[in-house]
Design a protein around this ligand. Structure first.
Ligand code: TPP
Ligand code: MG
Length: 345
């Protein structure tokens, strides 16, 4: 993976203005990324202990993508993602306690214990879910972006999606609409393809005739670029520029962030016969947490003692979340029919 940025339609040169990003706030994001990694490790253990029902997809390896974009999102902006969604909720400010309780199916959870891992939802913070149907959230995000401009707001919508989701029918129809609405300045949408190289066990090379995924957005007149999704500072710098541009123009824009998932697709993908140990090892050498740690150490903002303190804090927060989730009650039976349909106004 290169740390360069390629801008397809504009042929812009590679950018390296990382110093422009405020490193002190990057330290806070480092802390958050360490916390999310620890959180995810513990969810995998809890799943194996039978504490988490349904299914579980963790985000380890991809942290810099959601962190970089959500760092630049205004509190009144909104976003959608697929089922690999714990990190997105946590980075946006949901407490580890309520996210863990949701995974445990408890009433204290972010979606009152009815959503689970794949269906986190936090509307008060502009997080519109958490979807298990591959590509199913893309039409929703396009429609939501249109609604923002219809109401004359200057807010934007982010839509995180996987490389695999780009091959679903649910990608192509709304993208055409987004391209058209964008010509009228009516679609303030940033599409973020989290290209982790696989859709379950199928590599991008085996599933997409065009490997340069960013270039596929040209079919809908949506400008795009491809970036290194492992370096938080790169992602954040591009996110700042792209979000500002989309906010100002009301035109959609797509970013393909090249990343990698360190674990299996989901909790049942234990043996991963579709990839080699060497490949995983090579990707782990570009761990987004280590890359950011190196930047911060280089700037004198981190040392061994501070790294250890941050890890200890993450440990403590996750232990508390597990305890909170274990001790919380399940939703009462009389809640069964609540929140199934919208309530008339
Ligand atoms: C419509 C639909 N088809 C198939 C599936 C089964 N499925 C679950 S995840 C997945 C792979 C999606 O890959 P990608 O979009 O790259 O996301 P990633 O898991 O890599 O984050 C598939 C095929 C599904 N959930 N929905
Ligand atoms: Mg993928």
């Amino acid at each position: 993976m290169s740390s360069r940025t390629t801008r397809n339609q504009h042929h812009a040169v590679a950018t390296d203005r990382r110093q422009a990003v405020d490193l002190t706030s990057a330290l806070e994001w480092y802390r958050q990324m360490v916390g999310v990694r620890r959180f995810e490790e513990e969810t995998e253990r809890a799943f194996r202990r039978g504490k988490i029902g349904g299914y579980l997809h963790v985000y380890s390896g991809q942290e810099a993508v959601a962190a970089g974009f959500l760092a630049e999102l205004r509190p009144d902006d909104i976003f959608f993602t697929a089922y690999r969604d714990h990190a997105h909720a946590l980075f946006r400010g949901a407490s580890p306690n309520e996210v863990m309780a949701e995974l445990f199916g408890k009433v204290t959870g972010l979606a009152r214990g009815k959503g689970g891992s794949m269906h986190l939802f936090d509307v008060k913070r502009g997080f519109y879910g958490g979807y298990g149907i591959v590509g199913g959230h893309i039409p929703l995000a396009v429609g939501a972006a249109y609604a923002l401009r219809y109401r004359s707001e200057d807010t934007v919508c982010l839509c995180f999606l996987g490389d695999g989701a780009m091959n679903s029918g649910a990608f192509h129809e709304p993208l055409n609409m987004a391209g058209l609405w964008g010509q009228e300045g009516c679609c303030p949408l940033v599409l973020i393809v989290e290209n982790n190289e696989y859709a379950m066990g199928t590599s991008v090379a085996r599933s997409s005739a065009v490997r340069d995924l960013a270039s596929r957005f040209a079919a809908y007149a949506v400008p795009s670029e491809r970036i290194d999704g492992m370096d938080f500072l790169v992602v954040r710098e591009i996110a700042a520029r792209v979000i500002a541009e989309v906010r100002a123009t009301g035109r959609p824009y797509a970013v393909e962030a090249h990343t990698y998932r360190f674990g299996g697709h989901g909790a049942a993908d234990m043996f991963q016969p579709y990839r080699t140990k060497d490949e995983i090892e090579a990707a782990r050498r570009r761990d987004p947490i280590l890359i950011l740690e190196r930047h911060l150490r280089g700037a004198g903002l981190l040392d061994d003692a501070r790294v250890a303190a941050i890890q200890e804090e993450a440990e403590r927060v996750v232990a508390e979340a597990i305890q909170f989730a274990e001790q919380s009650p399940p939703p009462p039976p009389e809640d069964l029919h609540q929140h199934v349909y919208g309530e008339g106004r």
